[in-house]
Design a protein around this ligand. Structure first.
Ligand SMILES: O=c1ccn([C@@H]2O[C@H](COP(=O)(O)O)[C@@H](O)[C@H]2O)c(=O)[nH]1
Length: 334
């Protein structure tokens, strides 16, 4: 496959991949040895003699081999690799995805104060060589600024806006107002006049501003030639109404949309994340693809040893369902 990669910009590379593969799916690689009903097949564990690094690498390789032709970008979540002490498997997985000329988001939800942010950025982009990382922006601009300073050209940062979990509204949906003259000791106040804004909208506005500020984004990390920012937002497939509002607020920032499949999100739920040009979102699913062999309708067709082909079929079905829904709403861009 001859994919044009490593433009100067992450968003350009992503759009090239989407066009090439006619697909906006993102496959999460969240290996579970045996957890909440999902498990790496026994045959893999036996072959790897229960060595977690080997088992996870073999499992991921098979999933990648059966899905990469239609997947513009993969998203391993570092939590699982840390849990199983399998960071070598994570590194090998990322290198292998790159060999397949495909992009990688490392789902690590980073953020910290300046000097620590630098260490995180180095680990993610220099050691692991991820193309993008998920990021918690709720520390504010002086949390992201030092991080962005160390983000190399061609890389992306994906900031949590409205996460897919049920209780995300406990903070993210709240209305905030900024009144600088009120001292921090006053913890409640009555607002008579003033503009209140949802926290997730404020965070969306911040990522737009951050992407436009050359002092923050540095060389190569502002907008790509297709006009999309290299700072993206996370919005759960489980919140289509909020997604619509965020899409309107920041049309030129891609959304990473987790929550498809195992968390209940469907093809019709993600339509609001996609712009009229057919771009602007990548839809992510992990368990429903990784462990398709354990669930209907795939378990009837594929046994445990065929977990790779089962994942391949589940990924094709996901892509088709999304492309059909996009076509019906006139939003297909490839
Ligand atoms: O809002 C968010 C942000 C990240 N995630 C992560 O995505 C995958 C979802 O896995 P599924 O198996 O498809 O449910 C997982 O790594 C989460 O940590 C999210 O779900 N929601």
């Amino acid at each position: 496959m001859n994919v044009k990669m490593y433009h100067k910009s992450f968003s350009d590379n992503l759009i090239d991949q989407i066009k090439q593969k006619k697909s906006i799916i993102c496959i999460g690689l969240d290996p579970r040895i045996e957890e909440s009903g999902s498990k790496i097949p026994q045959i893999i564990m036996e072959r790897a003699k229960n060595n977690y690094n080997d088992a996870i690498w073999e499992f991921n390789k098979e999933i990648i081999d059966h899905t990469c032709e239609i997947t513009p970008i993969f998203k391993p979540n570092i939590a699982f690799y840390s849990k199983y002490n399998a960071l070598d498997a994570l590194k090998k997985t990322i290198d292998y995805i790159h060999e397949k000329k495909t992009l990688v988001i490392l789902d690590a939800k980073r953020n910290d104060i300046g000097s620590t942010a630098e260490a995180y950025a180095y680990a993610i982009f220099e050691n692991f060589k991820a193309d993008a990382v998920t990021f918690n922006g709720y520390l504010g601009s002086d949390g992201i600024a030092p991080f962005l300073k160390y983000v190399p050209k061609g890389k992306g940062v994906i900031v949590l806006l409205k996460t897919s979990n049920k209780s995300s509204g406990e903070f993210q949906d709240l209305f905030s107002i900024s009144i600088p003259e009120i001292p921090p000791s006053e913890i409640e106040t009555t607002i008579e006049k003033g503009i209140l804004i949802r926290n997730y909208i404020q965070m969306a506005r911040l990522i737009k501003l951050w992407g436009e500020n050359p002092k923050l984004v540095g060389e190569g990390n502002s907008y790509g030639t297709y006009g999309y920012s290299n700072i993206l937002g996370v919005v759960g497939a489980t919140f289509p109404e909020q997604m619509k509002l965020i899409r309107k607020e920041i049309p030129k920032n891609f959304m990473l949309v987790p929550g498809y499949g195992a968390q209940g999100g469907t093809a019709k739920d993600i339509i609001n994340s996609v712009n009229e040009d057919g771009f602007g979102a990548i839809i992510s699913a992990s368990r429903s693809i990784n462990f398709a062999y354990q669930k209907s309708p795939y378990k009837e067709e594929f046994d445990e040893n065929k977990f790779g082909p089962a994942a391949g079929k589940a990924a094709k079905d996901m892509r088709e369902a999304i492309n059909n829904a996009l076509e019906q709403s006139g939003k297909i861009g490839y």
